[in-house]
Design a protein around this ligand. Structure first.
Ligand SMILES: *Cc1c(COP(=O)(O)O)cnc(C)c1O
Length: 432
């Protein structure tokens, strides 16, 4: 083992506290943290020169592959000109152009305003704060509640986490956050009393598919039903497209599948092509205009972050959108989606440890089942994690959601690479 690798592993274990990671297991003496040194296209290379297919797009962020030359060139050029300047009191060209470009992706006069933040959680936080302040400004301060779904995941800041439906992620916080009405599905809207509905501010959902829940899909038509229900009861619709945005579902945005325009659209992960942290909350003239007035009226949206509209990140996002156009990325997806669909169907039949599997576009989740029958696995066995560990030997990197294996290749992946990734997962999926 090289001195460099040994040194980095030692320093990592000594000082780097990793997200969503049991550090006692991470620092165990037999563990060797995998250190990624470089990336090209859908391939990541570790410090020892081993290559891997980036099977979950580096936690659902990467779109056009790593170090795409057009994005690298654009960011490099911008870095020579301006690294950062504040959006509080100033503006910059990449942020201005990106805001306009994002609005152009939607029909005219629908989503017209763009608020930049840094990550998915703050994109959600921003939408909720806007919705909450809107109700106060509109004289509807009784509309305090947010409708959210079981198993939902909307991020880790306190407000965003309070909307989440995965209890494990909320176990340690007090009752802080938004008041939430939690539903299992759209049918349960019918059970809400008129009084409850009148207390609702907004409904939030991950459209088509819930990511952190284990790639749980929603029934077709649900999104449109939600839009109608929200219109009928003057409840805002917040779409969390942090995972589903930017081609992942086969269209640019998941809401396009059902011709739905939300009141708030939250974008992050793939916004910069997965190159730099950046998020955007898009909203309507109706929301924006409620905040207008003189400073003395205190209607200002009192919210923001130091790096709002960072020129480098906005440049990466603009370059990524240009790659979508230049390489006709969306038009190339059906072939890849079909490769994923057919190889999953074939391999699932041959793999006794695979139960139900679900796919939306280039997002797939495969439930692992016990060898005693169709029953679920004992979660304490960490089977999903062990299989994803084992699959590295077959040149694939991915991370499960509990005992659901996840495949979410970058959109640039070739059909052969996708098929090879499914094959690798299958080879690693023997029962432990
Ligand atoms: C990842 C994710 C978030 C949170 O985004 P971060 O950038 O990790 O804060 C929110 N919602 C969904 C659907 C996500 O997948």
């Amino acid at each position: 083992m090289s001195d460099l690798l040994a040194e980095l592993r030692r320093l990592d274990k000594a000082h780097f506290w990793h997200p969503f990671t049991q550090m006692q297991e991470w620092v165990a003496s037999e563990e060797d943290p995998l250190i990624i040194a470089s990336g090209r296209g859908a391939t990541l290379t570790d410090l020892e020169g081993r290559t891997y297919f980036d099977g979950n797009s580096s936690i659902w962020t990467n779109v056009h592959g790593h170090c795409h030359p057009a994005i690298v060139a654009a960011v490099r050029e911008q870095l020579g000109r301006l690294d950062h300047c504040s959006a509080l009191g100033f503006s910059n060209e990449p942020a201005i152009r990106l805001a306009a470009r994002l609005v152009e992706l939607f029909p005219p006069h629908t989503l017209t305003k763009v608020f930049f933040t840094d990550n998915g959680s703050t994109a959600i936080e921003c939408a909720c704060r806007m919705a909450a302040q809107y109700r106060q400004l509109a004289g509807e301060s009784h509309r305090t509640h947010f409708i959210a779904f079981d198993q939902a995941y909307h991020g880790d800041t306190v407000g965003a986490a309070s909307l989440g439906g995965v209890s494990l992620f909320r176990a340690h916080e007090a009752a802080a956050g938004y008041p939430v009405i939690r539903l299992a599905d759209a049918d349960q809207l019918a059970d809400l009393s008129a009084e409850t509905i009148a207390s609702c501010n907004a409904l939030i959902i991950e459209p088509l598919i819930q990511g952190a829940a284990g790639m749980r899909t929603w029934p077709p038509g649900m999104l449109r039903r939600l839009r109608q229900w929200c219109d009928q009861h003057d409840v805002f619709l917040i779409l969390d497209e942090v995972m589903t945005g930017f081609g992942r579902t086969g269209k640019m945005f998941a809401c396009e599948h059902e011709d739905v325009i939300p009141d708030f659209l939250c974008l992050a992960k793939g916004l910069t092509g997965g190159v730099l942290p950046l998020a955007a909350t898009l909203t309507t003239d109706r929301v924006y205009e409620a905040f207008l007035g003189t400073s003395a009226e205190a209607k200002t949206f009192f919210y923001g972050h130091s790096y709002c509209g960072n020129p480098l990140a906005c440049t990466a996002a603009l370059a990524s959108l240009q790659v979508f156009e230049d390489e006709r990325v969306i038009a190339g997806l059906p072939l890849k989606i079909e490769a994923l669909r057919s190889s999953l169907a074939i391999r699932a039949r041959e793999t006794p440890s695979w139960g139900e599997f679900r796919q939306v576009g280039l997002i797939a989740g495969i439930d692992l089942i016990a060898d005693t029958g169709a029953g679920p696995l004992d979660p304490d066995l960490l089977t999903g994690a062990r299989i994803c560990r084992r699959v590295r030997a077959h040149g694939l990197l991915t991370r499960p959601v509990r005992d659901t294996l996840v495949l979410m290749p970058p959109l640039c992946a070739e059909p052969e690479e996708i098929i090879a990734a499914v094959d690798a997962l299958q080879k690693a999926s023997i029962w432990p």
